[in-house]
Design a protein around this ligand. Structure first.
Ligand code: G4P
Length: 195
């Protein structure tokens, strides 16, 4: 997605050869116009998948997921990383380890919102090691719902998550795939080439 690549080139900061900072439009301050365009793009790519729910995880997945749900006309659910005061029982849970942050979170979604037969589109801001995708997939399986695909705003193609998830036969659509962050440079993988 050209508009997103341009935004990353203009505003993204390479923190190391592993980490890209994008808090001017995605992870802290949010660019609503860009999120709208991202929602339209995901909705267009998954328009024939019969999606009934969009599922993401707090916090940075919520903005792109919301705009996608708005476009597709379906509800948006976000998994919680911390238990809420009112969400005490009837939960689907999975354990997710973050290699980037070296911490493990128990993520949860209420059974009230994911149902047997739901066709779920998963949306997230970053794909790195793929642990969030696996955790959310576990929750979808527990609900006996079906994962129709995964929409990622920025995939770090040099980390293993994308390859691992595609090898599981899951459809992954990433709007920008970063091939490398070496030498303080962002290099994108061109669309249509394999990682
Ligand atoms: P994984 O699910 O692919 O295994 O991801 P990982 O554990 O490596 O990532 C953990 C957190 O770090 C996630 O956010 C993810 O979005 C974020 N992250 C990973 N790589 C980058 C990067 O290069 N740049 C930025 N900006 N973020 C990255 P989170 O902890 O869930 O944060 P938030 O959603 O609450 O903002």
């Amino acid at each position: 997605m050209k508009q997103l690549q341009e935004k990353i080139m203009k505003d993204g900061k390479v923190l190391s050869d592993q980490v890209l900072k994008v808090d001017t439009f995605l992870n802290h301050q949010i660019d609503p116009e860009l999120m709208k365009a991202i929602g339209e793009e995901f909705a267009n790519r998954f328009k024939d998948s019969g999606v009934t729910k969009v599922l993401t995880i707090e916090s940075s997945g919520i903005a792109p997921a919301m705009m996608t749900g708005l476009e597709l006309g379906v509800p948006v659910i976000f998994a919680r990383k911390r238990k809420s005061l009112t969400m005490t029982d009837n939960l689907l849970t999975a354990s997710v380890h973050s290699f980037t942050k070296n911490e493990t979170n128990e993520i949860s979604v209420s059974k009230d919102f994911l149902e047997n037969g739901d066709k779920v589109l998963m949306i997230d801001d970053f794909l790195a090691n793929g642990q969030v995708v696996l955790g959310l997939k576990e929750i979808i399986d527990q609900a006996k719902a079906h994962l129709t695909g995964v929409g990622i705003v920025i995939e770090k193609g040099f980390q293993r998550g994308g390859t691992m998830i595609r090898e599981e036969g899951i459809r992954v659509e990433s709007l920008a795939i970063i091939e490398s962050l070496q030498n303080d440079q962002v290099t994108f993988k061109e669309e249509g080439t394999s990682i």
